[in-house]
Design a protein around this ligand. Structure first.
Ligand SMILES: NC(=O)c1ccc[n+]([C@@H]2O[C@H](COP(=O)([O-])OP(=O)(O)OC[C@H]3O[C@@H](n4cnc5c(N)ncnc54)[C@H](O)[C@@H]3O)[C@@H](O)[C@H]2O)c1
Ligand SMILES: [Fe+2]
Length: 395
């Protein structure tokens, strides 16, 4: 079949593409490193991209204090809202250029990091974000870029992707280029202690979905699988703890490491149908990305069971969810059951009242088109099968 051939060729080409990894600085209080990095790279005026919540929590000010202590100049752009749009990015580019910035700090969750990546890419290419949509349109280094995640989920601090929303089409699109991998990632768990439990849960399941879709996808390698097992093990152990005890720094640290390595893995191997469908729910109804993934994940895993149960079983045994003496099918079932129980523990809903029955056909068509030839899924889904999954998560 045509798509299988494309996936196979891509698998080969994919392994030849050099994808950088950010220089990782991790630990409580490491936020202070940001100004030293800017000095080291001779930056003169930094563009700080963040959002109003982080400003209200005083986290933006903590960053500014470090920048000012080194007498560096800066511009704050704290207008990012969840799922950054084309016009928000255009507005950011104008601010970046007007203030003659030469470096970027993204302080926030995936929305902030993706918005900052998009602004930097547009500034360096002098092009609109729409023109940069798709694969490898940037091919130019970004200005010094420091990502400081304040959620543990998207892994955007390690990925070559920026996800952008087109509110007119009510659809998300991606900009993919190795130059979008940040130069530095600072993971300071103390920035996450105020993250509400609900967002902790949803973003944590986003990281879990990255690791699972990467592991079971046809582009996985020995190394990416080992990153995924590491991430999944940490998430099973520490996500309930981070959810119940937001101030537990060990849980926050472990979740940020898990999110980072899941990001490193999927940036090499791509994602799957959970994401293809979640992107439609985000673009169309603005349903938070992690929440969409969490609700869809057990359904998509059940759909792929006959083709992917051996991989589920391997994950289950390696993460301690099943015994090595269990049959592969039993171990695989235990794996899906653990994910369902995790959703219950995290009080994740099972369906969405936002989905309208009359939108389902369009959403399914868009999801299948997004994945076609791009996502190396273990089992192909038809539009009808996708509609059935959407119906199951509609209330
Ligand atoms: N580039 C990638 O590789 C990648 C991967 C997955 C998802 N995404 C995209 O990332 C976006 C979602 O990012 P997200 O899940 O991190 O959520 P988000 O960035 O949209 O943030 C969600 C909410 O949490 C708040 N918040 C963030 N940090 C906080 C903190 N420390 N304390 C209190 N509140 C805080 C924000 O203000 C926001 O209201 C989506 O647009 C999704 O499509 C990108
Ligand atoms: Fe994701």
């Amino acid at each position: 079949m045509f798509h299988q051939l494309v996936i196979l060729i891509r698998r080969y080409i994919n392994r030849l593409i050099k994808i950088p990894m950010p220089t990782l600085i991790s630990g409580q209080g490491e936020l202070k490193q940001c100004s030293l990095l800017l000095k080291k790279t001779a930056c003169t005026h930094v563009f700080i991209v963040t959002d109003k919540t982080l400003t209200q929590l005083g986290i933006t000010q903590q960053l500014i204090d470090y920048i000012e202590a080194e007498q560096l100049s800066y511009t704050v752009f704290d207008e990012v809202t969840p799922d950054p749009t084309i016009s928000l990015i255009e507005h950011g580019v104008i601010q970046y250029q007007k203030n003659e910035c030469d470096s970027v700090i993204a302080l926030g969750g995936g929305s902030v990091m993706d918005c900052a990546k998009a602004i930097a890419a547009c500034a360096v290419k002098n092009q609109s974000i729409i023109r940069l949509s798709g694969l490898f349109k940037i091919r130019k280094s970004l200005p010094t870029f420091i990502a400081i995640p304040t959620t543990a989920g998207t892994g955007s601090e390690a990925t070559l992707v920026a996800v952008v929303t087109d509110p007119v089409k009510k659809q998300k699109f991606t900009v993919i280029d190795p130059s979008l991998v940040p130069h530095y990632a600072i993971m300071d768990p103390s920035l996450m202690i105020g993250l509400p439990a609900k967002i902790t849960a949803e973003t944590g399941i986003d990281a879990l979905t990255h690791a699972i879709e990467s592991y079971i996808g046809l582009h996985s390698t020995e190394q990416t699988r080992s990153y995924c097992i590491d991430a999944i093990t940490r998430i099973f152990t520490y996500l309930p703890l981070a959810y119940n005890e937001g101030e537990n720094l060990t849980a926050r640290t472990e979740m940020s490491i898990a999110s980072y390595y899941a990001g490193v893995a999927f940036t090499r191997t791509s994602i799957g149908y959970v994401h293809a469908i979640a992107h439609q729910l985000g673009g169309y109804y603005h349903i938070p990305h992690g929440l969409a993934n969490a609700v869809l994940l057990p359904h998509v895993l059940a759909f792929s069971f006959d083709k992917a149960y051996k991989q589920y079983a391997k994950i289950a045994v390696q993460t301690g969810v099943a015994e090595s003496c269990d049959s592969e099918k039993i171990a695989a079932e235990k794996f899906i059951d653990v994910i369902k129980s995790l959703n219950v523990t995290l009080n994740i809903q099972q369906s969405f009242s936002e989905i309208n029955q009359e939108d389902i056909s369009l959403l399914a068509n868009r999801a299948i088109r997004e994945a076609y030839c791009d996502y190396p899924v273990p089992k192909q889904m038809t539009v009808k099968e996708c509609q059935d999954i959407l119906l199951k998560v509609t209330s």
